[in-house]
Design a protein around this ligand. Structure first.
Ligand SMILES: [Zn+2]
Length: 195
């Protein structure tokens, strides 16, 4: 599990971006999750278990770890260490266009830090005109989703950004990738919560 160096000393926090080999590393008794729909809805996990359809999940109760699953989409974790509130965000290109990350920042409030985990890199995320126009561009282009998310975070007032990005398609040994493996692709498990 890839962890944020600046968060490792917080003994009350569980967090990380899982690699392929880590599988479902979050304990079944604490995990809370959503059915991810590439939208901009944010939910609050008051207990473990399924929390409906959304793409960001907030937690602030000990024993609840919010989980998201990705295979190229960007996993983003948010932390308010003073108030001990956290969120996990699923940010694929549709979610980025829908501004799911700023929505999660607004939902969580407070003085936040963000961590961006492995997802499809600018090297491999080539899109056609129907997608590039959603980003205000034209024709076939490479889109840097992580850079767009960093800018959205800054505009939303989050300046402490821990960038742990790596390209999921390029590194088959460590990461699942939908673009590389298609329907058969597994999912990387990321999460954050209070012990
Ligand atoms: Zn790549």
């Amino acid at each position: 599990v890839i962890t944020v160096p600046a968060w490792r000393d917080l003994d009350w926090l569980v967090h990380g971006f899982g690699e392929r080999a880590d599988g479902a590393w979050i304990s079944e008794s604490s995990r809370a999750w959503v059915s991810q729909v590439h939208g901009a809805d944010v939910r609050h996990a008051l207990s473990p278990g399924p929390r409906g359809e959304a793409d960001a999940l907030i937690a602030d109760i000990p024993g609840v770890t919010v989980e998201i699953r990705t295979a190229d989409c960007l996993p983003v974790l948010l932390l308010d260490r003073a108030r001990r509130r956290v969120a996990a965000v699923h940010a694929g290109w549709r979610g980025v266009v829908a501004e799911i990350v700023p929505a999660a920042v607004a939902g969580l409030g407070g003085n936040l830090e963000a961590a961006i985990g492995p997802g499809i890199g600018v090297c491999c995320f080539e899109v056609g005109p129907e997608v590039s126009e959603r980003f205000g561009r034209e024709g076939r282009v490479h889109v840097d989703l992580a850079a767009i998310v960093r800018e959205q975070l800054r505009r939303a007032g989050v300046s402490a950004i821990h960038d742990l990005t790596a390209c999921t398609k390029c590194d088959a040994a460590r990461f699942h990738s939908y673009r590389r493996d298609g329907q058969a692709a597994g999912r990387l498990v990321s999460g954050i919560g209070l012990r």
